[in-house]
Design a protein around this ligand. Sequence first.
Ligand code: ADP
Length: 618
Amino acid sequence: MTIRSKSIVAIVLTFTCILVTLFMICRFLLLNNLIAIETQNTRQDVERIEKTIGYITTNLAHATADWAYWDDTYNFIQNKDPSYIETNLVESTFTDLELNLILFIDKDGIAVYSKAFDLDLKKEIQVPSEVWTQISEGNTLIKSASSTSETSGFLLVDGFPPILLVSLPILTSDDTGPSQGTLIFGRFFDAKNLDQLSNITSVSISLTTYKDFTSRNGYASINFSAKNENEIIIKPINDDTITGYTVIHDVYKNAGLVLGIELPRSIYHEGQKSITYILISISSVCVVFGLIAVIEAEKQGLSRLKRLANTVERIANSGKISGRISTVGKDEISSLGANINRMLASMQRSEDAISERAEHLQVAVVEAQLANQAKTEFLSGVSHELRTPLTAIIGMAQLLQKKYYGVLNEKQSEYVQDILESSSHLLSLINDVLDLAKIEAGKTKLEMDQYSIRELIGSSVLIVKENAVKKGLHLTVEIAEEILNQNVVVDKRRFRQIMINLMSNSIKFTEPGGKVVVTAAIKRGVLEVGIADTGIGISPEEQEKIFDAFYQVYSGTTGKSPGTGLGLSLAKRLVEQHDGKIWVESEGIGKGSCFSFTISLNLAKQVSEGSEKKALGE
Ligand code: ADP
């Protein structure tokens, strides 16, 4: 992902996070506050309607009081004069006072006069029989002789709307008693009244009996607590309407009716609308600022960074570190450019120094090659010059030893023997030095070919076997079964040289009666040859050094070995020429040693593939 895409993603993510956070704040803080206000308003409306009903009751109570505390009524209830009824209780009394029910009951509880009136049909109707039942059964509505208090509230009668009742004792006009009976005025609180109330308060109102309310399914989730009598329950029913309910007590102070109101959720809607507007405005602002941020980032940094990256890539691809980056301004990008330029300059300096050193090295290599060549030529010259007389010395000493020219006395034989041994030693030293010099000069070319492993090892062992037997050593060969018939690609002469050097050392450094075991096996995909002996062993410190040229371990008992100190060094180089490794393991002085070396088997494959190709005429 490019920095450009990353920056755009970061900006988009930032603004999205801002939007989501704002949405959350608006949704949960603002909207919840609005819902709280809406609930509060609905509660106030319920209270308002309750008060209005209270006010209507008070008005009815005033009208009732006008009639109950009046000498004419006082006299009528005593003397039952029909003229009182004829004069006062005319149709207009019901219509003016909006009364549906008037009951005059004397102090013995006997109805002196009763009348029910239908205000819509403008005609008398029968007083609901249940009204009589309730009046006679309860003692709330009938006033005693000493009573002066008022009873008001709703009376619930089956088959009729709730009746708003006011019951007062009948007193004289100056409010004195004793009470001669009870005057009850009632008003049917029907749909018309509710409509009127709704019009006055501008709220949709419903009045349901408590029994109906609690048994109706739609209100199942609304439960008034038994204790809190003035409880107001507010409940939004959907996104458009919120409802509020409260209990209105009947004349017996029981939960008689449930007043319900329904209000449109305008505050909630306005809130939602406002939140949507706010979010749209903020989103637009975010998009605009996001674009500005992207454009600015592009202008100030990203495009320059891209140019910088392109230039660096061009320089890297071309490999021309002489190229430079243009650095304008004083910000981090310019300083990065300047630093890259400094780095390029320092790289250039280093490259100059390296090429200067390479030139020197080239010269030195050529000189060294020449010197090496001179050394090799010198060595081969010298060795030739040395070997010719040395061969003559050896030949002549052998003639003397074989007594062709007469018998030698004991001393002469001893000296001739010394001459022979020293000359042979010198000859092998010269041969080893020459070999080493040739390898180091890279002049030894291996003559690789396929040979049977068994044959290679067997023929090498054969060469040293006699020496081992002479010394009284037990020399054995153990070749793993599976490679007995396998071939390996080596330079036969060099392979034997390695084997002979290692086996000769083992024979040389093992006391008579000891053992030398030659093993061969395939391990980890390579041929591994081991020459183990029960000889004098090698200390861990010496193990690291013995492969160095001319290094010989000094032994207190034997002194320097009678060898040249070049055998292992030569063996190591020859093994490495065969892509192999050589190493020694010994548990220490007197504990024997085991020299091992590996030969890659891949060489065999390469050679066999090569010969196959040759056979196919490629
Ligand atoms: P040298 O001609 O002295 O054998 P090499 O390079 O072959 O020279 O060996 C170096 C030295 O490593 C030897 O002088 C000897 O001390 C030690 N060494 C080599 N092979 C063995 C062995 N099988 N056991 C103990 N020491 C050995």
